[in-house]
Write a protein that binds this ligand. Structure first.
Ligand SMILES: C[S@@+](CC[C@H](N)C(=O)[O-])C[C@H]1O[C@@H](n2cnc3c(N)ncnc32)[C@H](O)[C@@H]1O
Length: 231
């Protein structure tokens, strides 16, 4: 008799067809230069070996086509950035941008971000984590697919250094409330705004944000800090 298979709940559905020759070439030629080789079997990343120069590391989850992430990395040369995506065409696009603009403080990782966070990112290793416009999974029966869940936030809190930040943004009001409730319940995360951040800080506009705004959606930013031992 066959055993029941236990499939993990994923926050994404792979809909991508074949890549164009150019997209495939970007992955083949540029991933070895600006990508990070990691699978769940690789275990914990050696953070100190990822970049030529040590600097506070910020993880960006689900960068899409990477336009906003590239802009952020250029605006913050004092930090290193690691972007994780499952969307190969977008990853190829960001790899091309890194090459064309000579960006040295940004690397990409093609993997499931939830797996990476759980199995690849060491405790207290991140200066920050960005989650901009995650898929909202609006139907109630799909809420379990949302990236932001209580266990995910507990893992985030563990991976952040004391004082490290979590910056999330969404244009889906009900997901914003969900994020607010769950972050309020995570004792290691502190919300100095007591609610939504009054402005997006230095977050540039993203493609998905523009799409939401065109549909008349409001945008919500949530910026939290991992407690320091004294707070
Ligand atoms: C709505 S898009 C937002 C893209 C970008 N942050 C922006 O604001 O333009 C969400 C992205 O998250 C990615 N994603 C969803 N689940 C993911 C996961 N578990 N690991 C990595 N990427 C994921 C999707 O492939 C998609 O590109």
């Amino acid at each position: 008799m066959s055993q029941p298979t236990h499939r993990p709940i994923r926050s994404f559905v792979r809909r991508e067809g074949r890549l164009t020759t150019g997209q495939q070439r970007a992955l083949d030629e540029l991933y070895p230069l600006y990508g990070i080789d990691w699978t769940a079997a690789s275990g914990l990343l050696d953070i100190s070996a990822l970049f030529a120069r040590p600097a506070p590391l910020v993880l960006d989850i689900g960068f899409g086509d990477g336009e906003a992430l590239a802009e952020i990395a250029v605006a913050h040369p004092e930090r290193n950035y690691m972007g994780v995506e499952v969307y190969r065409a977008g990853t190829g696009r960001l790899l091309r941008r890194i090459e064309a603009d000579g960006i040295t403080n940004l690397k990409v990782l093609l993997a499931d971000a939830s797996e990476l966070l759980r199995q690849g990112v060491p405790s207290a290793s991140l200066a920050g984590l960005q989650l901009f416009f995650p898929d909202p999974w609006p139907k109630k029966r799909h809420h379990k697919r949302r990236m932001v869940q209580a266990p995910w936030l507990a893992t985030v809190a563990d991976r952040l250094q004391p004082g490290g930040f979590l910056h999330m943004a969404t244009d889906w009001a009900e997901y914003a409330e969900w994020m607010l409730e769950l972050t309020d319940a995570e004792p290691r995360l502190h919300n100095s705004h007591g609610g939504y951040a009054p402005d997006p800080g230095d977050r540039p506009g993203t493609r998905f944000e523009r799409r939401g705004v065109r549909k008349g959606h409001d945008v919500f930013d949530l910026i939290l800090q991992r407690h320091t031992p004294s707070t």
